[in-house]
Design a protein around this ligand. Structure first.
Ligand SMILES: Cc1ncc(COP(=O)(O)O)c(C=O)c1O
Length: 393
């Protein structure tokens, strides 16, 4: 047997340890480790969401969000339809058009917001884009404009390093899609006028509802500016020039799922049990740190995010860098398939519009021990696929 054959035989030996939970999807994300369906037994099912019990739970979801995320008392928090997309769209359609807009985009979701603003709303916009793995030059942003950006680009694993680049004395509003950042990264509320996220991301909640968080300046814009275009009922945040306050106390625009609400309340309780926001950030950092360490030890795989300061601690995106790989997309898909077939890692293929590679969710609901158990399998799948490719050639 040659040295290469021995090495490949040894590498192809399956690791002994398996992750207890193979769920590393970037959304819907793994549920909290203590989750069981029976824990939702107190859901207000079959009751009106406008009855005291339903409204109380919706209000608890809002105030629990405020408490765990440390959102200032004078910010409004609303539960809105259509998940994070709904919350972002409500903000774009309700607030933009008063002044010029700067659109910052470095991956698929940010690019989607650009399309909305430019092609649908037809607003005058300065568009700043960067390729997957890179970020736009944040130092050039003009805060006389409204600025729309994504805190963490879920499909490239590139996040803004912090909020220092956002002007304190801005005239425009900052509108931030933070769906894969909230509960995993420090969000500086004084820098954010509109922030959105959905329940199924970092807290592993259920999809359907979006969270819309408004600063006093965003409320002031809503009450002083009326867009030139019609707004469907589902987007309307004001009535007669005044904010519809009920939306921000639990009187939702339309019917929410009380099961999803109960699940979110459970997730918030779990978040508190691991130390709240700081505990959640520490868990995501530890998970991402394990993946980063693995990349440092293996020269055939690397983080897609070029600059360490922008590397996500939730949607960690990886690329294969081995010169022997013949077709990057085919190879990455085959590795992901192998891991899925072994029930080691589910749903870790790169996003469909992103460069070929893998995306491993590292948010706080994932256990670091599961990441650590999964990584040797990634090495195994890589070696197995290199060997399979050689045989096929
Ligand atoms: C950055 C970003 N924005 C928006 C969305 C869309 O979210 P939703 O499906 O909750 O509407 C996603 C989903 O992954 C996302 O990652």
């Amino acid at each position: 047997m040659t040295i290469e054959q021995t090495a490949s035989r040894d590498a192809a030996r399956k690791p002994d340890q398996r992750p207890a939970n193979p769920r590393f999807s970037s959304g819907p994300c793994a549920k909290p480790p203590t989750f069981e369906l029976t824990k939702l037994a107190d859901a207000a099912l079959g009751r009106s969401h406008r009855a005291a019990v339903g409204k109380g739970k919706l209000k608890a979801a809002i105030e629990g969000t405020r408490e765990v995320l440390g959102i200032p008392a004078d910010y409004k928090i609303g539960i809105v339809p259509a998940s994070d997309t709904g919350a972002v769209e409500m903000a774009l359609w309700s607030l933009l058009g008063e002044r010029k807009v700067e659109m910052l985009s470095w991956e698929s979701f940010g690019a989607g917001w650009v399309t909305d603003v430019v092609k649908q709303l037809k607003i005058e916009a300065e568009i700043k884009t960067a390729d997957y793995g890179q970020i736009v030059d944040l130092a050039t942003v003009n805060f006389a404009n409204d600025v729309v950006f994504t805190w963490n680009g879920t499909t490239s694993g590139v996040r803004v390093p912090n909020g220092d680049w956002i002007a304190d004395d801005r005239q425009g509003l900052t509108i931030c899609d933070a769906t894969s950042a909230a509960f995993a990264m420090d969000l500086p509320w004084d820098k954010l006028d509109v922030t959105t996220f959905s329940w199924q991301k970092v807290l592993g909640g259920e999809a359907a509802h979006g969270m819309l968080i408004l600063s006093p300046r965003a409320v002031e814009r809503l009450e002083s500016y009326t867009p030139a275009w019609p707004l469907p009922k589902i987007f309307r945040l004001t009535k007669g020039g005044k904010l519809i306050d009920g939306i921000f106390t639990g009187a939702t625009i339309n019917t929410p799922s009380m099961l999803a609400v109960e699940d979110y309340l459970f997730a918030l309780d779990w978040a508190r049990s691991v130390g709240g926001l700081h505990g959640l950030i520490a868990r995501a950092d530890a998970n991402a740190g394990a993946v980063h360490g693995f990349c440092a030890q293996n020269d055939w795989i690397a983080n897609l995010a070029a600059d360490d300061a922008t590397q996500s601690n939730t949607s960690v995106c990886l690329k294969f860098t081995d010169a022997r790989i013949q077709d990057g997309a085919v190879f990455a898909k085959a590795v992901a398939r192998r891991l899925e077939a072994e029930s080691i890692a589910l749903d870790i293929g790169a996003y469909r519009d992103a460069p070929a590679g893998l995306r491993i969710w590292c948010g706080g609901t994932v256990e670091t021990s599961d990441i650590e158990a999964m990584l040797p399998w990634l090495a195994w799948a890589f070696e197995a696929e290199i060997a399979a490719q050689t045989v096929a050639a």
